[in-house]
Design a protein around this ligand. Structure first.
Ligand code: GLA
Length: 401
């Protein structure tokens, strides 16, 4: 059955092929501003993995709702901060080859950055949870069991990332905790029947875990009371040399995918799965992002068809030569949207006053393919009542010396 990949058991643990950094615990000079908004965090250096995540105010949403920021820490000193607004990953501190921790995520140090008119105008979805449907649905139209639906149009006549007010703009209920793997943050959201035009009450749970193995793991589950498309992901922008390098063009990327989904001028798949061999889309061996990007009009913003579609498998491996940082993305999804921050234009200034220009970060959005509800040959994204949508993606950090 079409959604069987999602119904498989979650992988109990992930075995990274990367060497994990043995980082020292002198983390007092961390390059982050997240700690300035999270006073409790200042005491967190050396926090044992069994302690609970800390929380602090992240400011107020436009409607006055108080937004919280949670900080997850592991024994090696890695830190992830997650906001209840959009379930957004706002910072992630990981070690470089010298054991120095610094932030590798684009974003802001207060919720005001995520709700500002400039942010909404450029709509980069920094670090946010994306739903109900990640990436595009052509003209926002689809039919399930003979019923036609129209969902919010917000991108060149198409629906992108859930429509006008996607899950990235919702305030999620949050519960900090711990598991055998490390500190956790469980976020829940009820997307009501008809929200943005989607059918069915969709109950969504997302669990972020910062593991002892230096991975940020994201488990997504959802249930519905009417058949509906679901395609959840996270829209983090990474720059493994953030603060040192204005763009990510020197990062070396490997994507184990022999094919990608060809798109039209509005970035809707034509249905063709094209071989990457001999094209600038071939990342089956490591290539710097900047090596062939000029040959791709606009830059990379495509869905790669991963060679392995089920079970936990690699979606991408990234290496940044100056810091030695590595990141491996593993998932059970069949695709990954590799997006190189093509629409960033310098109009947004983030944490530490860093201006985000073109290619300041890249995204690896694990997902089912764009516009699957209108592409019968693509793996199905339809969730039915009685089924449970499950998917897990992990970002594992290490260093290469
Ligand atoms: C995805 C899309 C891009 C862009 C970004 C957000 O990666 O594929 O075209 O919309 O989200 O800016």
């Amino acid at each position: 059955m079409p959604i069987s990949p999602r119904l498989g058991l979650l992988a109990a643990s992930l075995s990274s092929t990367l060497l994990l950094a043995a980082c020292n615990s002198s983390t007092t000079s961390q390059e982050t501003t997240a700690t300035t908004t999270a006073p409790a965090d200042s005491a967190a250096t050396g926090t044992s993995a069994s302690a609970m995540p800390t929380s602090a105010s992240f400011g107020k949403a436009t409607d006055g709702t108080e937004v919280q920021l949670f900080t997850l820490t592991n024994a090696a000193g890695l830190k992830a901060t997650i906001s209840t607004y959009g379930g957004t990953l706002t910072s992630l501190l990981v070690p470089d080859k010298d054991g120095k921790l610094s932030d590798v995520i684009l974003g802001f140090d207060n919720v005001s950055g995520y709700v500002s008119p400039e942010f909404k105008k450029s709509n980069p979805y920094f670090g946010a949870l994306i739903g109900r449907y990640g990436n595009r649905i052509a003209k926002g139209k689809f039919t399930i069991d003979g019923n036609a639906y129209q969902v919010g149009i917000n991108n060149n006549g198409n629906s992108l990332h859930g429509g006008n007010v996607g899950f990235n703009q919702k305030i999620w209920a949050a519960k900090p905790g711990t598991s055998a793997d490390g500190q956790t943050l469980t976020l829940t959201y009820l997307s009501k029947d008809g929200e943005e035009g989607y059918p069915g009450n969709l109950t969504v749970t997302v669990v972020y875990t910062l593991t002892a193995a230096n991975a940020l793991k994201i488990d997504y589950t959802a249930t519905t009371d009417k058949a509906t498309p679901v395609n959840l992901t996270n829209h983090a922008y990474f720059n493994l040399a953030l603060g040192q390098s204005k763009d990510v063009l020197a990062h070396q990327v490997t994507i184990p995918a022999d094919r990608y989904t060809v798109v039209d001028a509005t970035l809707i798949p034509t249905g063709e799965l094209k071989a990457v061999k001999g094209t600038p889309f071939d990342f089956t061996t490591p290539h710097a992002i900047g090596e062939r990007i000029a040959q791709v009009p606009g830059g990379y913003d495509h869905n790669w068809v991963l060679n392995q579609a089920t079970g936990q498998h690699s979606a991408a491996t990234v290496y940044e030569p100056t810091t030695g940082r590595t990141m491996e993305v593993t998932t059970d999804e069949p695709g990954v949207q590799f997006y190189t921050g093509n629409f960033l234009d310098g109009s947004l200034k983030g944490k530490n006053g860093v201006v985000y220009g073109k290619h300041a970060g890249f995204c690896l959005e694990t997902q089912h393919f764009p516009d699957s509800p209108n592409q019968p040959k693509f793996p199905s994204t339809i969730l039915k009542p009685g089924q449970t949508y499950r998917t897990t993606t992990s970002y594992t950090f290490g260093v290469r010396k």
